[in-house]
Write a new protein. Structure first.
Length: 157
């Protein structure tokens, strides 16, 4: 029944089987009618168009050429930065590994705290810069200090 109303027949089939496309497919397998095949193809195209439309709506695509260029340059800048940081980290790791290998091998040219001899220890004799008299009491107030100093002066005079 192919004729002038083919488009409306296909649309009627699509509307009738929109909720159950498997039934339309089963019907086509049994009848092998062109209208059923065209209806299945139209349903498939509508679903694909709907999926594409939803995907485009979900993406945050820039609308103007300027925004597209800006997004592209931003992406390139981020990629360049990631490459540079990766290179720096790789160099730092290589240097650390090289130093670990030197220390592990016992390289005599290795410098650092472990390789340097200790300097001789110089001890301050008699309590440092100011020597303390053995057994003397330290005054706790200013008045006591003044009394002690006056007593020392009287002894020397």
């Amino acid at each position: 029944m192919i004729g002038a109303n083919l488009g409306s027949e296909v649309q009627d089939k699509v509307d009738a089987y929109r909720g159950n496309p498997a039934a339309l497919q089963k019907r086509y397998m049994q009848s092998q009618e062109l209208v059923d095949l065209l209806a299945m193809q139209k349903m498939k195209s509508e679903k694909a168009a709907y999926a594409r439309d939803m995907q485009l709506k979900m993406e945050n695509k820039p609308t103007t050429i300027a925004q597209q260029y800006e997004a592209e340059l931003t992406g390139q800048t981020k990629n360049d930065m990631l490459k540079n940081v990766g290179g720096v980290l790789k160099n730092k790791q290589a240097m650390a590994q090289k130093n670990i290998n030197k220390v592990a091998a016992g390289d005599p040219r290795v410098s650092g705290v472990a390789a340097n001899p200790l300097p001789p220890v110089v001890k301050a004799a008699g309590g440092g810069i100011i020597g303390f008299a053995a057994g003397d009491k330290v005054p706790t107030t200013y008045e006591e200090l003044v009394k002690e100093k006056k007593a020392e002066l009287k002894k020397t005079i």
